[in-house]
Design a binder for this molecule. Structure first.
Ligand code: F6R
Length: 610
């Protein structure tokens, strides 16, 4: 959600902090701020409502010089977006703090600190932590000790970075429930909520574990775990190249990420499939034993990742014959479950830091599931570290808030997993070879769809003045329709609902008129004839149809029926391929409407709070 960056260096840190914030802006963008220590008695601070560019203008006019600093880009939880609620928060003139997460017991702490004479200038939970640490500092005289003794008083999820003007050579950070990474430099060190923020200054990263507290100096990093034991955390190199977080020639990250799909789908297959079969050893040394014993799969995820899980359910039941349930994490974690014996718990998450997904995983680990498998895009994330088995998607950094390449690589990884599971459950070598061969064709088919971009852009004009839309699909294309509707609503702000096409006459048909565009995905499978009847139902009510159909499916363009003919695709891999035109459609509608495509209102990329 919020983005945090910090630096301690020989050089001025303002530029490093600003560039870090620009790269973190996808995490939150309602206000931004920074505090810099320059050896004087006060921390210098700048905060601005709005985007990082507003802060950049402010500090260009009035620079904050110094070798130690912290900065923040906010996604409001407690208190409206405003300059007063923007981070860093301060206590006195010297202590400054940035925070990602939520302090649940902030009201109780606030009352206590008010009674101690602290004055509050914001509505945030973060300012409470600033005063709590300041109170400890006055008693203990050491910033590290002050943070350490504040931690047991905090309930909730947080990543914190704290500096004090009286201790101008270090920052203290800690995490519990929100991500924090240390960037290791030469004669300088950094912290951030995401390694992408620090790629211009380092490619070496240490991921803090839950409960860790770290003292970061320019030439030394000391980490203690929850028990107070000194610990070493492994240093990893960032593998994707520093420019993977740049827009390059593209107007938006979302468009760049849509166009990267042929490459990253291929990368997700690499080393995991031969020409004709899945290499299950590539799923981990434990995979064979596990797959032999799985009798049920429980998939948990949120948003787009949940839609990937819904597609996987069709595959797992059809190819492996193993029962599969899919649920959104925020529902799963708050209800009682009947757990079938030998159930594999499968979490899907791009970021690996989604609070609800992690909470569900932590519950599941206590609840008697056979094992926890993660499909994730961020190495070193909490989900990856806490799961028994991991299949990494190879999407590379996804910056656009609307998920695109993460989804299609999740589907690729899920299909590979399904085939491995299916082989243990009687899938024939011929059928496996047929599907693996279809999977190898997907990158090329996605490129063919990208070549239709101009036509899809043309189609998108019809949505410009619409307020509502309906997305229809059948079978494994129903989750594709759901994903299409989610994309459209989140970036164009047009209300979009997805329905299984067969449900149309059970209610939503009442909504259909000429003002309600109806988008449909129609690969040529055994449901296409039924789907065509559903389309007739829409036409008969004056609804305008936008159909993405297999060339051979026989869906004809006519008045009120716009058809985009797609190349033939294997019915198992069709959900991956058919997602792409819907991504492009949403993208173009949003561009035409002039919305902020990469940072849509009210949203943030990584939902690390409940
Ligand atoms: C939609 C979108 C969100 C995420 C959801 C889960 O475009 O990006 O719906 O899919 O917040 O995030 P992860 O996959 O990081 O757990």
């Amino acid at each position: 959600m919020c983005g945090i960056v910090g630096a301690v260096s020989e050089r001025d840190v303002q530029g490093i902090l600003l560039e870090g914030l620009r790269r973190l802006e996808y995490r939150g963008y309602d206000s931004a701020g920074m505090a810099v220590i320059n050896g004087g008695p006060h921390a210098q601070r700048a905060r601005e409502l709005g985007k990082v560019s507003a802060l950049a203008e402010a500090v260009e006019a009035n620079p904050l010089n110094g070798h130690l600093g912290i900065a923040h880009t906010r996604w409001a939880t407690h208190g409206e977006p405003s300059q007063l609620n923007a981070h860093p928060h301060m206590s006195g003139d010297g202590l400054a703090i940035v925070h990602n997460g939520i302090i649940e017991n902030y009201q109780e702490l606030r009352d206590e600190l008010k009674a101690d004479g602290f004055e509050f200038t914001s509505q945030t939970d973060t300012e409470v932590v600033a005063h709590l640490i300041q109170k400890n500092y006055r008693e203990q005289g050491s910033l590290y000790d002050a943070v350490k003794s504040a931690i047991p008083r905090l309930r909730g999820a947080y990543a914190l970075a704290v500096v004090h003007a009286d201790e101008p050579d270090h920052l203290v950070v800690c995490r519990e429930g929100s991500p924090l990474v240390i960037g290791v430099g030469i004669g300088e060190n950094f912290i951030a909520s995401d390694q992408l923020a620090l790629l211009p200054v380092t490619d070496r990263f240490m991921f803090l574990e839950e409960g860790d507290i770290a003292d970061i100096r320019k030439d030394r990093i000391e980490i203690h775990d929850r028990e107070g034991t000194p610990v070493e955390r492994e240093t990893n190199r960032f593998e994707h190249g520093a420019d993977s977080a740049e827009k390059g020639e593209y107007r938006h990250f979302m468009l760049k990420e849509i166009y990267e799909q042929p490459k990253v789908i291929k990368a997700t297959m690499e080393g995991r499939v031969t020409d004709s079969r899945v290499l299950e050893q590539a799923l981990g040394t434990e995979a064979a034993n596990l797959l032999d014993n799985v009798r049920h799969v429980q998939i948990i995820a949120c948003g787009t990742s949940y839609h990937a899980g819904m597609v996987a359910r069709y595959w797992i039941e059809e190819l492996a014959g193993v029962p599969c349930s899919v649920e959104v994490a925020s529902e799963f974690r708050y209800r009682k479950h009947v757990i079938q014996p030998d159930t594999l718990f499968l979490c899907i998450s791009q970021s690996g830091e989604t609070a609800d997904t992690l909470a569900a995983l932590r519950q599941a680990k206590k609840a008697g599931f056979r094992a926890a498998l993660a499909i994730c895009n961020v190495p070193g994330s909490s989900l990856v570290r806490e799961s028994d088995l991991v299949i990494m998607t190879q999407a590379g950094p996804e910056i656009g808030v609307a998920s695109t390449k993460a989804f299609t690589t999740q589907l690729t990884a899920l299909l590979i997993f399904t085939l491995a599971l299916a082989r243990h459950n009687g899938l024939s070598a011929e059928r496996e070879a047929d599907i693996v061969s279809a999977l190898h064709q997907v990158p090329g088919q996605v490129s063919d769809i990208l070549a239709l971009n101009g036509g899809i852009e043309e189609m998108s004009r019809a949505f410009m003045d619409k307020f509502h839309s309906l997305f229809l699909g059948r079978g494994s294309q129903f989750p594709v329709a759901m994903e299409g509707a989610l994309k459209l609503k989140e970036i164009s702000y047009i209300h979009a609902e997805a329905y299984p096409a067969g449900e149309l006459k059970h209610g939503p048909l009442a909504l259909v008129d000429s003002e309600m565009p109806v988008v449909t995905v129609a690969p040529n499978n055994d449901l296409v004839e039924k789907l065509k009847s559903n389309l007739e139902e829409v036409r008969a009510r004056g609804g305008e149809l936008f159909v993405f159909a297999d060339k051979s499916a026989g869906v004809k363009a006519e008045e009120g029926v716009h058809v985009m003919q797609l190349p033939p695709v294997h019915e198992i891999t069709a959900p991956i391929v058919y997602t792409v035109p819907l991504q492009l459609l949403s993208y173009h509608v949003a561009v035409l409407k002039g919305t902020d495509v990469d940072q849509p209102r009210n949203l943030a990329k990584s939902v690390t709070v409940e």
